[in-house]
Design a binder for this molecule. Structure first.
Ligand code: ATP
Ligand code: MG
Length: 653
């Protein structure tokens, strides 16, 4: 899109200064940017001191064999000790680590001392099952405390975990078990979703009938719902029996900083998911640091809640490792936001006095769709910082989030990062940055990112291009599991010596970064580059539109034609002339070149399990192709629904 339209977007956009009291007490200040700019490695070495090392590292970064980085390589530590035991030793054993809220309304508070006992028992149980350091364990669980305990128990004995999202199919589970060659699976009988128990164990049984997954020796099963489940004697073991009888004390062993911590598959918005490998010391340093800095965490008083699922990276970094390394008190919620009513999330915020909330734009837009009166019915005055992650957040949703959830006073941190980056990379900082709705803004202290053109040259302020990371960072992926070549090809070959994130971005007049979605999603219309994000953002600024997904479909006249899929607000039927009105609205907001050729009202959009729109599937539909990999889609039936609605294209004018 033209710089002119970006300028329009920028001037229309309100800017928010951080409230004075937030600024005065912030954990990280402008001085951090200066310190990190002056001595980046020194800054990270200092952040590594937030952790407790059995052997302090003397080296910070070994970049002698790029892009295979080693961070803090001669240091040794235990991740579970850092997330649990050291807080108990520091006298915080009675502090609640996890406020668990089950979907049916059951709840349980787990202190750091209790967490230490349960993680210790689980670690003993895994050892008893023959899991040795370096062996992989698959975890397929609902959002219950045992999921967190299982991950920490693996970390405690140095067995890398591979968490598979609890709603993935048996096939998706089987391929992940096979890829990681896991010998033990930890699961539960089921979990509560949408007001009913939903079974998990049968999917594990089915997965284990696949040839590649047949090497699994044991399945450890947590009893959550009490429903009847199939049982294989000798292989299947109840968690409460096997874990429950273990000693409550366990001495953690220290591992090398580069010991593998976990494998996690990306969400698959651009294609077949990749098994991303993360290691120990650098990862934990950056997740702890960013959680402290970006949420401005005060562990004694804050109550933090991240609504993500542990099955994707936000759950790993910002439910398990970051907050617990910092000794935070957090909420863990099992269910969906609208069970039993659309105010469930806000009820939880009120109940626990949540101060820091981290969620995704898709959830924010859904809450907008349900109506302002729903959050207004709850006391949300405890909230003090709001976070967003997963997709670019449109300014409309950003402003709604701040006003209707944050009471107009909370900073909103729009955090850009990836499964591959392991931790937050680009984000405003509460108390430091002048916030701009819709912009992730500035690389965090110690992070080097830039936007480049096709030839790898940095673009000028006001222009767009490809987002790249120019220096290694502690929580970077170390490789794609079992496929170094794909690691090199995917991330390091497009631009010499730098990491290519796959995302398009623009720098505004101040040099702040605006994420524009995947490079694959940028459309070429009559010689103009137009970002799907900007057209979507313009569409949802129309009062009738709740959500929008835009793709470029091959077009004989214009190279690509803009095709928009929209969900109407409030469920009212589509009024006559609405399509024309929407097209005109986009033309007015962004210029005539960005006017969609087709606008199609649909009931649902195809989304990944982590809530992201899968534009590649809509592109397949718009171009009448067979659908690509759908294994990470929430509901494959959505695609049939959309396909059945596809009318013929209107003529352009
Ligand atoms: P795959 O790599 O398999 O295609 P994926 O990229 O969707 O899947 P994730 O690692 O979960 O898997 O997502 C990272 C991507 O999410 C980023 O590359 C970016 O496109 C998007 N993203 C995350 N946070 C933000 C944000 N705050 N603003 C804009 N985009 C974001
Ligand atoms: Mg990706």
């Amino acid at each position: 899109m033209s710089n002119e339209s970006l300028a329009n977007l920028m001037t229309e956009t309100r800017r928010f200064a951080p409230p004075a009291e937030v600024a005065a007490a912030a954990n990280v200040t402008a001085a951090d940017y200066e310190a990190a700019a002056e001595d980046r490695l020194g800054y990270w070495a200092e952040q590594a001191r937030r952790l407790t090392w059995e052997r302090e590292p003397t080296e910070t970064l070994d970049w002698s064999n790029p892009p295979f980085a080693k961070w803090f390589a001669d240091g040794r530590l235990n991740v579970a000790y850092n997330c649990v035991d050291r807080h108990v030793e520091a006298g915080h054993g009675d502090r609640v680590a996890i406020h668990f809220e089950g979907e049916p309304g059951d709840s349980r508070a787990i202190t750091y001392a209790e967490l230490q006992r349960e993680v210790s028992q689980a670690a003993h149980a895994l050892t008893e099952l023959g899991v040795a350091t370096g062996d992989r364990v698959a975890i397929y669980m609902p959002m219950i405390p045992e999921a967190v305990i299982a991950m920490l128990a693996c970390a405690r004995i140095g067995a890398p975990h591979s968490v598979v999202f609890g709603a993935f199919s048996a096939d998706a589970l089987a391929t992940r078990i096979e890829d990681a060659d896991a010998r033990v699976v930890i699961t539960s009988d089921g979990g509560y979703r949408r007001g009913a128990p939903s079974a998990l164990k049968p999917a594990v049984d089915e997965a284990l009938t696949r040839p590649g997954a047949a090497r699994v020796r044991n399945v450890l099963v947590v009893r959550r719902t009490g429903q009847d489940i199939p049982w294989t004697e000798g292989r299947d073991l109840w968690w409460h029996e096997t874990v429950g009888r273990q000693p409550e004390e366990h001495t953690p062993e220290a591992f090398d900083a580069e010991h593998p911590l976990f494998i996690l598959y990306t969400s698959g918005t651009t294609g077949k998911p990749k098994g991303i490998l993360h290691t120990t010391g650098g990862y934990l340093t950056q997740v702890a640091y960013t959680h402290h800095a970006v949420f401005d965490l005060k562990p004694e008083t804050d109550v933090y809640w991240c609504t993500a699922d542990i099955g994707w990276v936000t759950g790993h970094s910002y439910i398990v490792y970051g907050p617990l390394a910092n000794g935070a008190t957090e909420v863990l919620y099992e269910g969906t936001p609208n069970t039993p009513h659309q105010g469930r999330w806000w009820e939880i915020v009120e109940k626990y006095g949540v101060t820091l909330l981290y969620t995704a734009p898709t959830a924010i837009r859904t809450c907008m769709k349900w109506g302002d009166e729903i959050p207004a019915g709850f006391n949300l005055s405890s909230l003090r910082v709001l976070g967003s992650v997963g997709e670019p957040i449109n300014p409309e949703a950003w402003v709604w989030y701040r006003e209707h959830i944050g009471g107009g006073r909370t900073p909103v941190v729009d955090t850009w990062w990836q499964t591959e980056t392991g931790a937050m990379m680009i984000s405003p900082l509460p108390g430091v940055t002048l916030a701009k709705p819709g912009s992730a803004q500035t690389p965090l202290p110690g992070i080097s990112a830039t936007v480049v053109d096709d030839d790898g040259n940095e673009v000028a302020n006001g222009s767009g291009g490809y987002l790249t990371l120019t220096e290694p960072w502690p929580s970077m992926l170390r490789t794609i599991w079992g496929d170094d070549q794909r690691f090199l090809d995917t991330y390091w070959s497009r631009f010499e010596g730098r990491y290519f994130a796959g995302d398009g971005a623009k720098k505004d007049a101040d040099g702040d970064i605006w994420l524009l979605g995947r490079v694959d999603d940028v459309m070429l219309v009559s010689g103009h580059n137009i970002s799907t994000t900007e057209v979507e953002s313009a569409l949802v600024s129309h009062p009738r539109i709740a959500e929008a997904a835009v793709v470029g479909a091959t077009d004989p006249q214009t190279t690509q034609a803009i095709c928009a899929f929209v969900i109407l607000r409030g469920g009212a039927p589509q009024e006559e002339g609405l399509v024309e009105e929407l097209r005109a609205h986009v033309a007015k907001e962004l210029g005539p070149i960005a006017k969609p050729k087709r606008v199609l009202a649909v009931d649902e959009l195809p989304k990944t399990r982590s809530g992201k729109i899968m534009r590649r599937l809509l592109r397949d539909i718009a171009e009448d192709r067979e659908l690509g990999d759908v294994t990470t889609l929430t509901d494959p039936a959505v695609m049939d629904l959309i396909q059945s609605k596809l009318p013929s294209a209107p003529s352009d004018d």
